[in-house]
Design a protein around this ligand. Structure first.
Ligand SMILES: NC(=O)c1ccc[n+]([C@@H]2O[C@H](COP(=O)([O-])OP(=O)(O)OC[C@H]3O[C@@H](n4cnc5c(N)ncnc54)[C@H](OP(=O)(O)O)[C@@H]3O)[C@@H](O)[C@H]2O)c1
Length: 228
């Protein structure tokens, strides 16, 4: 049984990661930031393996509390999933700059800060892995217009995770960003290519098989290497 920590576990891809990890018989620490976590029809065994934690990934107080809350709980796989699409106005000639900054706070800065807050817990695992849900929209080799706040935040998180993979090499912590596909969620919309079930299933297969040799690589939800 592996122990996963999943941010933004209350809906979308994150909720599917939680549900499928429960089916996989793993233990899950999942975060939400609303008043209450989602109500799921769970068996007693599933209830025993799922813990909900209230966490706004941009909130320094919430993050500072994590080490005390988790104490000596080991974490095998951290999935930095929480993310935002960014402000309505994010084109080159009409930019909501406060919204752009917030997008960076959630999509770029928070995954590093969450990882830092959990380093001790990750180090208690025999095979610690950090998977950060990024996006092909941040890949530098792709040429597309618009969505500057979102694209730049995901391009930046790719770089952050590549650097982090080198920083954490000595501690044998695997670090990889992953593109989850274009997914039917509130963010991806109903016209998207794949369901949250398909995306989560691929991300989990990948997360479970990652080794140090994969660290610092950018992957697709299908487990293939992604061009940066
Ligand atoms: N859907 C796609 O097609 C697609 C494509 C490429 C990449 N992605 C990435 O995949 C990840 C999940 O996306 P999704 O499609 O599942 O989006 P979603 O349905 O909009 O869900 C986003 C999740 O992130 C959480 N979140 C946002 N800001 C947060 C904060 N400050 N603190 C804690 N949690 C926060 C949300 O919590 P609340 O419910 O409290 O808002 C929610 O659980 C994101 O990183 C996204 O950028 C998605």
């Amino acid at each position: 049984m592996q122990t996963l920590f999943i941010t933004g576990g209350n809906r979308g891809i994150g909720l599917e990661l939680v549900k499928q990890s429960l089916k996989n018989k793993d233990a899950i620490l999942a975060t939400y930031r609303g008043d209450t976590p989602p109500e799921l029809p769970l068996t007693q065994d599933e209830k025993n393996r799922l813990t909900w934690l209230r966490l706004d990934v941009t909130n320094a107080t919430d993050l500072a509390r994590l080490p005390d809350v988790l104490a000596n709980q080991h974490i095998d796989i951290l999935i930095n999933n929480a993310g935002v699409i960014g402000p309505d106005r994010q084109s080159y000639n009409d930019m909501d700059t406060q919204g752009w900054l917030h997008t960076f706070e959630v999509n770029t800065i928070a995954p590093l800060m969450v990882t830092n807050a959990l380093l001790k817990n990750l180090s208690l695992s025999s095979s610690p892995r950090v998977v950060t849900v990024s996006s092909q929209m941040g890949a530098l080799h792709r040429e597309s217009t618009g969505m500057i706040a979102y694209r730049s935040s995901k391009a930046a998180i790719n770089k952050v995770m590549q650097v982090l993979s080198l920083e954490l090499k000595a501690q044998k912590i695997v670090v990889c960003p992953v593109h989850p596909g274009w997914v039917q969620t509130d963010m991806g919309g109903s016209e998207a290519d794949i369901t949250a079930e398909q995306s989560a299933s691929g991300i989990l297969l990948l997360a479970h098989r990652l080794t140090m040799q994969d660290s610092g690589k950018f992957f697709t939800w299908e487990g293939k290497e992604h061009v940066w």
